[in-house]
Design a protein around this ligand. Structure first.
Ligand code: ZN
Ligand code: ZN
Ligand code: ZN
Ligand code: ZN
Length: 271
C-alpha cells in the first residue's frame, strides 16, 4: 500500500505525494522534501520506508489518551506514560521522569544489556531444546519399532498368545502416539517462542541502528515484559524437558503365559 505524505496531504488542494520516509518519533509518513524540513526543525529520527521492519509497532501514543505521546516514564511502576497519565495515575509516585532524561545513554544501560542477553538466551536455549526434542522423537520411533519386533518374536516362540499380542501392539501404538504428541507439543511451543524472539530481535536490532536513544528506550520499555514472559517460558521449557523412553518389560513368571508390560519412563536430560 502506497503511503502519502502526511504533511503535503494536510494542505488542501495539493495532490497526493508519495511518502518516502517515516518519522519514528511522530509516526508520520513524509515525502523527501517534507522529511528534510521535518528533520531541520526537530531532532527526530526518520527512516526510509523500504528499511522499516515488518510488524513495526511504534508505540508512540498513550493508549488512554490517543493524542498524548508516551514522553514520561514512572520509575516506580517501571512503565511509560503520557503527561495526563503522569498527573492522574502517578502523582504519588516518587520518580517520574521525562524520557529524554532516562533515554540518555540507553545503549549502555542495564535495560539494554539485559534485553540483549535475554534475546540471546532464548534463541540459544530454544535451538538446543528443539535439537533434544527432535532426537527424542527419533528415539521413541526406534524404541517402538524394537518393542514391536520383540513382541513379534515372542509370538514366534509361542510365549505370547495371539490375542494378547494384539492388545500389546495396540497399547504400544497408543503409548507411542502419546509420547510423540507430547514431544510435538514441545516443538510447537518452542517454535512459537522462537517466532516471538526473532520478531523482538529484529525490532531491537532496527531500533538500535536508528541512532535515536529515545526511540530505542521506548521500544525496550514497552516490550520488555513481553520478552521477559518469553524468557521465562523458554527457561521452563528448557529446564523441565524430560526425555521419554518406552520400555517393554518381561517378567520371568509371565514369559510362558502372556508376555510383558509396556511402560513409558521420563528422565531429566543430563546437563
Ligand atoms: Zn510532503
Ligand atoms: Zn517527527
Ligand atoms: Zn495517558
Ligand atoms: Zn507510577
Amino acid at each position: 500500500v502506497t503511503k502519502h505524505c502526511y504533511s503535503c496531504s494536510a494542505h488542501e488542494g495539493q495532490k497526493a505525494i508519495t511518502a518516502m520516509y517515516r518519522c519514528l518519533e511522530c509516526g508520520y509518513y513524509v515525502c523527501t522534501k517534507c522529511n528534510g524540513i521535518h528533520r531541520a526543525l526537530s531532532d527526530h529520527t526518520s527512516v526510509e520506508i523500504d528499511r522499516l521492519p515488518k510488524n513495526l509497532n511504534l508505540l508512540i501514543f498513550c493508549s488512554k489518551h490517543k493524542q498524548q505521546k508516551l514522553d514520561y516514564c514512572c520509575v516506580d511502576h517501571d512503565e511509560l506514560c503520557c503527561l495526563e497519565c503522569k498527573q492522574v495515575y502517578h502523582s504519588k509516585c516518587v520518580k517520574t521522569e521525562h524520557i529524554d532524561v532516562l533515554a540518555k545513554d540507553c545503549k549502555d544501560s542495564k535495560s539494554f544489556i539485559d534485553y540483549r542477553n535475554q534475546l540471546d538466551f532464548c534463541s540459544n536455549a530454544l535451538t538446543n531444546t528443539k535439537v533434544l526434542v527432535k532426537d527424542n522423537i527419533e528415539s521413541i520411533g526406534r524404541d517402538s519399532e524394537q518393542i514391536k519386533n520383540t513382541i513379534g518374536s515372542s509370538r514366534d516362540n509361542k510365549t505370547v498368545e495371539a490375542e494378547y499380542e494384539l492388545q500389546l501392539k495396540e497399547h504400544l501404538k497408543r503409548m507411542t502416539q502419546e509420547c510423540l504428541s507430547t514431544l510435538q507439543k514441545h516443538i510447537s511451543d518452542a517454535e512459537e517462542m522462537e517466532a516471538n524472539t526473532e520478531n523482538l530481535d529484529r525490532l531491537f536490532d532496527f531500533y538500535g541502528k536508528t541512532g535515536s536513544q529515545k526511540v530505542l528506550f521506548r521500544f525496550i520499555q514497552s516490550t520488555k515484559s513481553d520478552l521477559s514472559d518469553t524468557y521465562k517460558q523458554t527457561r521452563a521449557l528448557n529446564e523441565n524437558f524430560q526425555r521419554l523412553y518406552i520400555h517393554y518389560r518381561v517378567q520371568e513368571d509371565e514369559i510362558s503365559a502372556v508376555g510383558g508390560r509396556i511402560e513409558v519412563s521420563k528422565k531429566k536430560y543430563p546437563r
